[in-house]
Design a protein around this ligand. Structure first.
Ligand SMILES: [Zn+2]
Length: 139
């Protein structure tokens, strides 16, 4: 899935009988209030027997997750795309973390694809990780 999720988004294709529905969210660039409403409507229409899995959940979707309690109601969050940056050149990156409690370690193990220095989290990145962790633990 990629691009914006807004009032024009066609999410109906998500509603089909499957044992596991894995949704790769890395490419979602933003989601607005109509998109959130549509996402919740479609999610609740997915058959109960289907396991919903979010993969590479990016900042736009993860941010909604921290603000709207039923946004990811039935979803298992397999991984989060954590924003981070190169400790040398400052270039922004994303590191996919399966366990947000390990985010700092996962990020430091990754290197910049331009200058090969290790990546790191700044205060905003840490605040993002903390808020998503808190939301996931509250579920
Ligand atoms: Zn770099």
């Amino acid at each position: 899935m990629s691009g914006a999720i807004d009032g024009q988004a066609h999410l109906g294709a998500l509603i089909e009988p499957a044992r596991v529905l894995r949704i790769d969210l890395a490419g979602v660039t933003r989601i607005d209030s109509l998109g959130v409403r549509e996402w919740i409507r479609v999610s609740s229409a997915i058959p109960e027997t289907t396991e919903i899995v979010w993969v590479a959940t990016g900042v736009p979707m993860a941010t909604q997750l921290t603000m709207i309690s039923n946004f990811a109601d039935r979803a298992r969050i397999e991984s989060i795309h954590v924003p981070c940056r190169c400790t040398r050149c400052g270039l922004e990156h994303r590191t996919t973390c399966a366990d947000l409690g390990q985010a700092e370690l996962d990020v430091r193990r990754s290197t910049c694809n331009v200058c090969h220095a290790p990546l790191g989290l700044d205060d905003d990145d840490r605040a993002f990780v903390a808020s998503v962790l808190e939301a996931l633990e509250a579920r």
